[in-house]
Design a protein around this ligand. Structure first.
Ligand code: NDP
Length: 452
């Protein structure tokens, strides 16, 4: 049987674009890609990239306060959202165009249309075309999930935040995960009055307990109104804002309410089940170690598989898929010891096991330090940095590293290399410190604070 293409990719986000480009340029495949919205996907258009630019924008407020403490005669005027928004839109347009150009250069045919599966080798496009491919890759990512309730039509999600015409004066953020915590810090930094409500006992479930507690303390110390063990009871439109009653009895009106209560895979109406692809409880595409679905010609990578929902992971999954299918080298994406950073203020950088998970597995030594960093101490800020290493007593290998500090994302990337290589605590110890830095504390912690 002859096909129109060797590979048809559905979704132009981080995973889909990488797979299409590599299959065409390195795998010699005839490739097409369909994207229904904007090339670049969540990461570029309404996720990591615009979020990080907002993180940078928001960090100037405390930096200007610190500058005064360092002797600079500066006065912060107001933050002009419309100036930032225009620059942000232009930057996203530039990146989107670069993604398109790179695909075209690699010889990938792009369809600006929605693609739906008809069978194991056929897709139909919203433009009416019907195309066949030897292999189909599902890379449609995810979307924000808002729990169904009265008033849920009054709330916004992270998709909307980059498109606001003006910044709200006040906002309630619901949720305690990456997105809720990051936007609480960003919007607080931009001068918005932020209240955050999280239903559980501590934000950032899944991260190291001590690190979670440290982030929460620092957020509160910086003026964020964080309520844990609290959820929304009732929502109503009022005076152009949203009236909210919460489980702690509080009633207040906010200009905006943003739900950051998780994400769900984008698989609705894609024709997956009809084509025989097995889906999980939340609609995630079930795949094996090689990203192959229950239909042998159909593969899936990235958030739509709900394995580890991070851009660099989707990119690795895409590359492994191309190695496996187009370069004759069966390759499993490696999901072990993946570092990540939560871009709160301060940031949380994390790699490997939490103290709690490691303790369940084997006897450990815990090295931990909390201190005031030179730069903020001098500026008179009370901020504290936390650095923590979890070490196996049997092998002395560093099983986990958790850092709460400004620029923790940059630090954890480097610590992750050593830990991925299997570094022991003694390897950290024999590494001479870079002085004066915050990160030097990672190689100068001598005595465990806990063992067992
Ligand atoms: P998360 O899964 O991280 O957090 C969801 C939050 O919503 C949790 O606090 C959860 O509470 C809460 N929640 C879920 N359902 C409800 C409900 N019905 N009512 C009230 N609260 C609820 O999702 P995010 O949307 O924050 O992020 C999605 C994923 O995207 C992340 O897990 C991460 O993989 C990725 N991401 C990564 C970033 C980075 O690398 N910096 C940045 C942003 C996103 P509970 O804990 O009780 O379940």
């Amino acid at each position: 049987m002859t096909f129109d293409y060797d590979l048809f990719v559905i979704g132009g986000g981080s995973g889909g674009v990488r797979a299409a480009r590599l299959a065409a340029s390195e795998g010699g495949a005839r490739v097409a890609l369909a994207e229904e919205y904007r090339m670049g996907g969540t990461c570029v258009i309404r996720g990591c990239v615009p979020k990080k630019l907002m993180v940078f924008a928001s960090a100037y407020a405390p930096a200007m306060v610190d500058a005064r403490a360092y002797g600079w005669d500066v006065t912060a005027g107001g933050f002009d959202w419309s100036v930032f928004r225009a620059k942000l839109d232009a930057e996203l347009d530039r990146l989107e165009a670069a993604y398109t150009t790179n695909l075209q250069k690699a010889g990938v045919q792009i369809f600006n249309a929605r693609a739906v599966l008809e069978d194991a080798h056929t897709v139909t496009l919203s433009s009416g075309e019907r195309l066949t491919a030897k292999h189909i890759l599902i890379a449609t990512g995810g979307r924000p999930f808002v729990p169904e309730r009265d008033g849920s039509d009054l709330v916004i999600t992270s998709n909307d935040i980059f498109k606001l015409d003006e910044l709200p004066r006040s906002i309630l953020i619901v949720g305690g995960g990456y997105i809720a915590c990051e936007f609480a810090c960003i919007l607080h930094g931009l001068g918005v009055q932020v209240t955050q409500m999280y239903r559980g006992a501590q934000i950032l479930r899944g991260f190291d307990e001590e690190a979670r507690g440290h982030v929460a303390e620092e957020m509160r110390a910086r003026g964020m109104n964080l309520h844990v063990g609290t959820d929304v009871l009732d929502l109503r439109a009022q005076n152009g804002g949203v009236w909210v009653k919460s489980t702690d009895g509080r009633e207040a009106v906010y200009d905006k309410v943003m739900y950051a209560t998780g994400r769900r895979p984008n698989t609705d109406g894609l024709g997956l089940a009809a084509a025989g692809v097995t889906l999980g409880r939340w609609g995630q595409v079930q795949v094996d170690d090689y990203s192959q679905t229950s239909v042998p010609s159909i593969f899936a990578v990235g958030d739509v598989t709900d394995r580890m929902n991070l851009t660099p992971v989707a990119i690795r999954e895409a590359a492994a898929f191309v190695e496996t299918v187009f370069k004759g080298t069966p390759t499993r994406p490696d999901h072990d010891l993946v570092a990540s950073a939560v871009f709160t203020q301060p940031e949380l950088g994390s790699v490997g096991m939490t103290e709690e998970a490691a303790r369940e597995r084997e006897p450990i030594d815990v090295y931990c330090t909390s201190f005031r960093a030179m730069q903020t101490l001098f500026a008179g800020r009370p901020d504290r940095v936390m650095m923590k290493l979890i070490v196996s007593q049997a092998t002395r290998k560093v099983l986990g590293c958790h850092i709460v500090a400004d620029h923790a994302g940059e630090m954890i990337q480097l610590a992750a290399i050593a830990i991925k290589m299997g570094a022991t605590k003694e390897d950290f110890d024999r590494t001479v410190a870079v002085h004066p830095t915050m990160a030097e504390e990672l190689v100068t912690m001598k005595t465990p604070v806990r063992a067992g």
